[in-house]
Design a protein around this ligand. Structure first.
Ligand code: ADP
Ligand code: MG
Length: 490
């Protein structure tokens, strides 16, 4: 009702209607209709669809209800409209029709004019507010023309921290919050899709929040190259240099792209040195560490490593699950779909391990499919929609490979691991290998049993249970399994 009051204060009708006895009667009827719906559909379904539905009014035998999002409206219209009408007619048989309207979105005047790109950070939760809350307005970032636009979703608020990105995140935050230059440059590196660009944009948004006067230039190394080559061609290199050297914060993303491009490297190096000498902040990202940047001159490589070098490791299961949860919540808050069951998120976190971009893509595909087709989001739907992706990721790990890695890790012979020996030193690795085979491949239990010296599928079931249990009790074993899984997945 928050919204109503806010709108009401601008002189709209809502305030008046609350006093209206007719509306009170409607509210009572609606209450009864809802009780019947809840009894029929169960609490979970009811909450997904009807909790935010409000009654607006009645005219000539028509009841008008209101919902916050288009998605919820079309779902209710497709699935529950006649139900609602039937139940309403029990209360009042003169009702002939139910209409569902969209709640007008509440956007304050000031924000409307100022926001250029409203970041969907701090999305309201689906249940606590009827309509998406107004976004905090972000002033446009002061940046020279040649910079690339910043993604409004890439904020610290939307960045989920786990073991693998803890250092990079802490460094990025520190840098953004501290006005002094602590480490220069900050060099972020890690594989594709692990959040480097996200962190850089987050730094830019945050600095912009705290120090709106700072000039921030963010661009990819490719764009840097392109600008430079253009400047050369049009004999405009002075202006080019000038633009760069005037910034307070320079961020160059994916620096590996200038490898092998000698003149660009040279120019970059001069710019880089000039900025650092003037105590301006430089932030660089790459897909590998400074020392691994082949095709980049040694003196540049070593200078890149002078500040703080922070690497982002591949994600672990918990982080992936956390990210999925956050994305699912955000989608839901936007009203794009109902809740994604935990089991589906777990499945995705388990199976889509390559990088976060792929993970997000997978979630989006499942959600889009289910809302398009109009089916619930289930494990079966997810498996079906992502068949190609899952197959591609499966191909990477085979049972042989798992056996080889596990044997190597525990320093036992594969032959012993597959033999009938029951000594703990080989039995435990064997169970771990079975467990990983079940988790990382789609082989059936009998198939796995066969691959392990012709064992029965019940042995595999037992191994999986045992390791599951031990992982909860024995942190060292848990770490072994985690490490092995990470090694196998990469
Ligand atoms: P990179 O630049 O390292 O290739 P990006 O920063 O473009 O990767 O990230 C790819 C996608 O994954 C983006 O949509 C980003 O928001 C998302 N992402 C990556 N890491 C995280 C994280 N820790 N929390 C939330 N989203 C993340
Ligand atoms: Mg990137």
């Amino acid at each position: 009702m928050e919204n109503e009051q806010e709108l009401g204060s601008e002189g709209k009708l809502e305030k008046v209607e609350v006093e209206n006895p007719e509306l009170r009667l409607l509210e009572m009827q609606w209450h009864k209709v809802k009780s019947r719906l809840r009894a029929e559909l169960g609490e979970a379904t009811f909450n997904s669809w009807f909790k935010l539905l409000t009654v607006q009014g009645r005219a000539r035998g028509r009841i008008t209800l209101q919902v916050p999002t288009r998605f919820v409206r079309s779902w209710i219209e497709a699935h529950y409209l006649t139900r609602i009408l039937d139940y309403w007619r029990i209360e009042d048989e003169t009702i002939k029709r139910i209409d569902i309207d969209l709640q007008p979105e509440y956007v304050p005047q000031a924000a409307q004019t100022r926001v250029q790109t409203a970041p969907p950070s701090r999305l309201p939760s689906f249940t606590s507010r009827p309509a998406p809350a107004p976004q905090v307005a972000r002033a446009p970032i002061k940046r020279p023309d040649m910079g690339a636009p910043l993604d409004p979703r890439f904020t610290f608020d939307n960045f989920i921290v786990g073991k693998s990105n803890e250092l990079a995140h802490a460094a990025a935050r520190r840098l953004a919050e501290d006005s002094g230059v602590n480490f220069n440059p900050l060099f972020l590196y890690g594989g594709v899709g692990l959040g480097k660009t996200h962190l850089m944009h987050a730094i830019a948004w945050e600095i912009n929040n705290l120090r709106p006067d700072a000039t921030i230039l963010y661009l990819s190394a490719e764009k840097f190259m392109y600008q430079f080559v253009r400047a050369l061609r049009f004999k405009d290199t002075m202006a080019f240099k000038q633009q760069f050297r005037e910034v307070d914060v320079l961020m160059i993303d994916d620096i590996q792209f200038i490898a092998g491009k000698d003149s660009t490297q040279e120019e970059f190096f001069h710019t880089f040195n000039a900025l650092i000498d003037h105590n301006r902040q430089v932030i660089i990202s790459a897909d590998r560490s400074p020392s691994d940047l082949q095709g980049i001159e040694e003196r540049i490589r070593s200078r890149l490593g002078w500040g703080l070098v922070a690497d982002i490791h591949p994600t672990d299961y918990e982080l992936r699950l956390g990210i999925l949860q956050a994305k699912a919540d955000a989608l839901m808050a936007r009203g794009d779909h109902a809740a994604v069951p935990k089991g589906v998120l777990e499945f995705l976190a388990q199976r889509i391990t390559n990088n976060v971009r792929e993970l997000e893509g997978a979630l989006n595909r499942v959600v889009a499919y289910s809302s398009f087709v109009g089916c619930a989001i289930t494990l079966e739907v997810a498996q079906d929609v992502l068949r190609d992706l899952l197959r591609a990721s499966e191909r990477r790990v085979t049972i042989d490979e798992i056996q080889r890695r596990v044997a190597e890790y525990f320093n036992v012979r594969i032959g012993d691991m597959l033999s009938a020996r029951r000594a703990r030193t080989v039995a435990r690795p064997r169970q771990i290998a079975m467990y990983l085979s079940k988790q990382l491949t789609t082989r059936s239990l009998p198939e796995i049993g066969r691959k392990f010296g012709g064992r029965d599928h019940t042995t595999v079931i037992h191994a999986v249970k045992k390791i599951d249990q031990l992982r909860g009790e024995d942190p060292a074993l848990d770490e072994d399994v985690d490490l092995l899984r990470r090694m196998l997945e990469n």
